[in-house]
Design a protein around this ligand. Structure first.
Ligand code: ZN
Length: 168
């Protein structure tokens, strides 16, 4: 009797990958699966930042890796044009105008944007519409918990069903 060596599944396009991860930026943990459980995503569909997705390609089930992602392959560089100054009078008085506070604004079409209050002047408030991680180098520790083929339905919907994904 010879022992069967079963090679572990590795990540390729259109696989559903379940990940445990920790994201550290400037020496601080900003996001982690310990806070809200592992994430499941479909590989090769741009659901992760490009620099991370490319490093996960080919990883085996159970494998752990440290990945450093540059801003260019992460959330993009900081865009100076995304700093916008608005008159203070446009803000409802109940909003605390503190630098660092994230607020939501909607445009006339009803789209919602997140902005961080950057600076509060006498009559103006400077908002930063950049992604909070724009311009940052991202340090990930990732572990591939499981890999399976995506179902045709998942591919059609563009998201994962079942555990760690959408319930519908
Ligand atoms: Zn669906």
């Amino acid at each position: 009797m010879s022992e069967q060596t079963q090679s572990k599944r590795t990540v390729k396009d259109k696989d559903v990958v379940t990940l445990e991860y920790t994201l550290t930026v400037d020496g601080e943990v900003v996001d982690s699966s310990e806070q809200h459980g592992p994430v499941a995503y479909i590989h090769g569909m741009g659901q992760l930042v490009p620099g991370l997705e490319k490093e996960i390609e080919g990883m085996a089930e159970g494998e752990t890796k440290e990945v450093v992602v540059t801003p260019e392959e992460g959330y993009g560089p900081e865009d100076p044009a995304a700093y916008i100054s608005l008159p203070r009078s446009e803000f409802p008085p109940e909003i605390p105008l503190e630098p660092g506070t994230v607020i939501q604004l909607s445009d006339p079409q009803g789209r919602v944007y997140n902005a961080t209050i950057h600076e509060v002047r006498d009559d103006q408030v400077v908002l930063n519409f950049n992604h909070p991680l724009a311009g940052k180098t991202l340090h990930f520790t990732v572990k591939v918990v499981s890999v399976r083929e995506a179902t045709p339905e998942e591919l059609a919907h563009g998201h994962v069903h079942g555990e760690g994904g959408h319930a519908h």
